[in-house]
Design a binder for this molecule. Structure first.
Ligand SMILES: *Cc1c(COP(=O)(O)O)cnc(C)c1O
Length: 383
């Protein structure tokens, strides 16, 4: 399918091309100087003390659970309105995800009050997602965690460049996990970053991502070590130099690109006002990374008709997200879960194209397509 406006697009130019060529010419392909530089720059950018580059955010989330000792019999409270990796990573450890509700139509982040209601003697941690790049209510969530002695994992896959009260997300909880997948604000194909301010956890991430080994190939190459021990069950969750080099180039563009995302978002809000749409996060605390642009359709608009109409105008849209507790795998494992607010909101959600390279004529195409598609889909709702 050829889209006039795709959902997202990467911002690559000669800087990324040259970065990759330099790695190829260096002949050092994994966990070397570029990875170290990427980690240092990411730690500086977020203001979080330790940063570990890993293969993707899913393994970052898994390593986060492992580092906190989460395992069989434990529960982790997590939103259902998120990507399935947020809760799959909990299941990998043998623990159970416990799903919590969103705040409401104007804020799709997890509701602190609902988190607190779901705490049991088995609860070990709270995993939050800064939805679409808008920060969660971290003061309340941190207070709840302290009161009940729980850890906090922040899924920051949408939040490279998200701040609350001037502090970057990922630094509020015990561990923050970032994604650099192709459609994220910082894209390198596949990749992720674990950040933490806790030295004890940082110590674990050093060996957890590399087979449990006490020294790296790189250290031995540099003559810093000649052998190694294995001190725990580790994984191969490492990052390669090619993607670290892409990450360094992409990080240099991030502030400018997030600013452009903000301008586009505000343009959409202006141009699409007065036609019955709800814009979550239009009033939100903190600084968003403006990762995606979610809208909620009016109640009398049929979503499938709307999306089909957008497609026929060659504008790509998406849904964020089908709630996790409604997937067959999760229904079989955890039947009878009901999250009425999440379900109602998720059924009305559509995500519009948003990427820094969008021009005003791209925005106009989407705006016109939305207005036309609403008129096509209104009162077509099959009840
Ligand atoms: C993309 C995403 C992930 C998974 O990231 P990968 O790097 O693809 O593993 C996890 N959580 C959320 C909310 C995401 O959007």
């Amino acid at each position: 399918m050829k889209w006039r406006v795709p959902l997202s697009d990467v911002d690559f130019d000669q800087s990324e091309e040259q970065a990759v060529i330099n790695v190829i010419q260096s002949k050092w392909l994994t966990m070397g100087e570029r990875t170290q530089e990427f980690e240092e720059k990411f730690s500086q950018f977020t203001g979080v003390r330790y940063a570990f580059a890993v293969s993707n955010a899913t393994v970052a989330l898994h390593a986060a659970c492992v580092s906190l000792g989460i395992g069989p019999g434990d529960e982790v409270i997590v939103p259902s309105l998120t990507f399935v990796a947020t809760s799959n990573s909990i299941l990998y450890t043998g623990a159970d995800p416990v799903f919590a509700e969103v705040i409401g139509h104007h804020d799709l982040n997890v509701a602190p009050e609902d988190i607190e209601k779901r705490i049991t003697t088995k609860t070990k941690a709270i995993s939050v997602v800064h939805f679409a790049g808008y920060p969660c209510q971290m003061e309340k969530i941190t207070q709840i965690a302290q009161k009940h002695n729980l850890a906090i994992i922040e899924d920051c896959a949408h939040g490279v460049g998200t701040y609350l009260h001037g502090k970057h997300v990922g630094g509020f909880g015990d561990v923050g996990c970032f994604s650099f997948f192709s459609n994220k604000n910082l894209s390198i194909g596949e990749g992720g970053m674990i950040v933490t301010n806790r030295e004890d956890l940082a110590e674990k991430f050093r060996w957890l991502r590399s087979h449990g080994m006490t020294s790296l190939t790189w250290d031995r190459h540099k003559g810093h070590a000649y052998s190694y021990d294995v001190i725990g069950l580790g994984y191969n969750y490492r990052m390669d130099e090619l993607r670290s080099a892409l990450g360094i180039s992409q990080l240099a563009k991030l502030v400018k690109n997030n600013q452009r995302r903000q301008e586009i978002t505000e343009q959409y809000w202006r141009d699409l006002s007065g036609i019955g749409l709800t814009f979550p996060f239009q009033i939100a605390a903190g600084q968003s990374a403006y990762h995606i642009l979610p809208i909620l359709l009016p109640e009398n608009v049929d979503r499938k008709t709307f999306i089909d109409s957008m497609r026929s105008q060659e504008v790509q849209t998406s849904i964020h997200y089908p709630p996790i507790h409604k997937f067959s795998f999760y229904q079989e494992k955890y039947p009878h879960i009901s999250l009425p607010l999440t379900e109602e909101i998720a059924a009305r959600e559509v995500t519009l194209p948003l990427y820094p390279g969008m021009t005003s004529s791209h925005i106009q195409i989407v705006v016109d397509a939305v207005k036309f598609s609403i008129s096509q889909a209104v009162d077509r709702k099959i009840l």
